[in-house]
Design a protein around this ligand. Structure first.
Ligand SMILES: Cc1cc2nc3c(=O)[nH]c(=O)nc-3n(C[C@H](O)[C@H](O)[C@H](O)COP(=O)(O)OP(=O)(O)OC[C@H]3O[C@@H](n4cnc5c(N)ncnc54)[C@H](O)[C@@H]3O)c2cc1C
Length: 427
């Protein structure tokens, strides 16, 4: 006998949780969220850098981030939101010219981005005292900043729970059943670890398939016996983050995303090594021309670098000292003498879920009458979480996006390269 959910959200990271909250806030009941680990040991929502900015080069990304930052700003203390800006250094004249061109679009949307000639960067940011001659210009966006992503996700979750959403922890989504519009019963096949789903497919030309049930496996206390649950649903929303394609591929939806490892190092720099006029905790995010990004995090500095040759895969290994010594320290020390003597504290790896145009996927899944999705936000899921939750909830509830029109992020854009939302200002 299957349980029943009006809306079943698969994946309780920051996106799934925001969608759950936003649906419940519309008065929708019977919402359930299933996740194999709500603590998020492997969830990108717990492993990210906490940078938040509206300064992108694609209008939909700007609008979704701007709405989310406004939400963070309104609860700044609760969310640990610090409006300290993003400084973005350019060494490549063609990229700098593009940044200036896109600044007009950003400022038309009210972002107030400053263009700094190279000579103005150093007096304003004395920390960056090295290799000045390389830099041709910089942008500074004062309304961007940093947030505590865990606090944001916890808020979405507690508000969702207060409104009646049920979260099922340690439920591994292991199967799915579909039916065709004619009402033929779908069948669930048992599947093994990570080869997640097998589905009864009907006629692939039938565009009104229905996702009927999700099968989860979980342990039942006190003896941790392995059990299965079948959860029937009227509406299903795929918020599996970097695992979204595993589910969709098995129901015949073309896989366009790739999980890619991204590493972050926490480092220590002595206050006495900083220029006298520099207070680390006054700085926001600094994105170096080399691709390195860093910002203060408490008494430490958090620094990340996306190694360009990273092979796709579910890889969570942190390369430790070799990552710090090869990728982080040389770039930091090249730009700021204060980092000459910094120390590696620790670090971690998480997954970007990367699409061909490096923008997220949100909307209804073509071919299914009751299946929606919101995932693959590369390095942008935290800063888009509010807008995605609110707008997708509106789509599910009314058939229309509200607040931010996310229709450019529909999956079917990948069938037509002219509709790609190619985002170049990513790190
Ligand atoms: C190193 C790094 C730095 C980043 N920096 C930033 C940043 O500065 N700013 C920003 O906005 N974004 C950043 N991001 C991106 C951001 O973290 C993600 O876009 C966002 O967290 C994605 O949220 P999500 O809910 O889609 O996915 P996730 O948080 O990954 O959630 C997916 C959930 O699905 C669950 N799940 C997976 N498979 C199953 C299954 N079979 N059954 C049940 N549950 C399952 C997982 O347990 C997980 O909880 C960064 C990411 C990384 C890795």
């Amino acid at each position: 006998m299957a349980d029943h959910a009006q809306v079943l959200i698969v994946g309780g990271g920051i996106i799934g949780t925001s969608v759950a909250w936003a649906l419940a806030a519309r008065g929708i009941t019977g919402i359930e969220v299933v996740d194999l680990d709500l603590a998020g040991v492997y969830a990108s929502s717990e492993l990210n850098a906490g940078g938040v900015r509206a300064t992108w080069w694609q209008p939909v990304n700007i609008d979704a981030c701007k709405a989310t930052l406004d939400f963070f700003r309104a609860r700044a203390v609760e969310f640990g939101f610090r409006e300290r800006g993003y400084l973005w250094l350019y060494a490549e004249p063609s990229l700098w010219a593009r940044a200036l061109e896109k600044r007009a679009l950003q400022n038309a949307r009210g972002l107030g981005v400053e263009a700094l000639p190279a000579a103005e960067v150093w007096p304003r940011f004395p920390l960056l005292d090295r290799a000045r001659e390389e830099i041709v210009g910089a942008t500074f966006s004062p309304r961007d900043g940093l947030v505590n992503p865990n606090a944001v996700r916890a808020w979405y979750r507690s508000e969702a729970q207060r409104l009646g959403v049920r979260f099922r922890n340690r439920h591994y989504v292991a199967g799915v059943a579909t039916a065709r519009s004619a009402g033929a019963g779908g069948r669930i096949r048992r599947v093994s670890h990570l080869d997640v789903v097998e589905v009864a497919r009907g006629d692939p030309t039938d565009t009104a398939g229905t996702l009927r049930e999700i099968l989860t496996t979980h342990r039942v206390p006190p003896d941790a016996v392995c059990a299965e649950s079948r959860i029937r649903c009227e509406i299903c929303i795929n918020c599996l983050g970097a695992w979204s394609s595993v589910l969709l591929a098995k129901i015949g939806v073309r896989d366009v995303t790739e999980p890619v490892r991204r590493q972050i190092a926490l480092i220590h720099v002595r206050a006495t090594d900083l220029p006298p006029e520099t207070r680390l905790d006054s700085l926001g995010m600094i994105v170096d021309a080399s691709g390195l990004y860093f910002h203060p995090e408490g008494s430490y500095v958090l620094a990340g670098y996306s190694t360009p040759d990273e092979a796709p895969g579910f890889d969570f290994a942190y390369d430790g000292d070799s990552f710090f010594e090869t990728e982080i320290w040389p770039r930091l020390a090249h730009r700021a003498s204060a980092f000459e003597r910094c120390g590696h504290v620790r670090g971690w790896a998480g997954l970007y879920d990367v699409t061909p145009d490096r923008s997220g996927i949100a909307g209804a899944v073509a071919g299914f009458a009751n299946l929606y999705e919101a995932h693959s936000f590369t390095g942008r899921g935290v800063m888009q979480s509010y807008a995605v939750g609110r707008s997708l909830a509106s789509l599910v509830d009314t058939g229309q996006f509200a607040e931010v029109d996310l229709s450019p992020l529909a999956r079917d854009r990948f069938d037509d390269p002219s509709r790609w939302v190619t985002e170049d200002l990513h790190i």
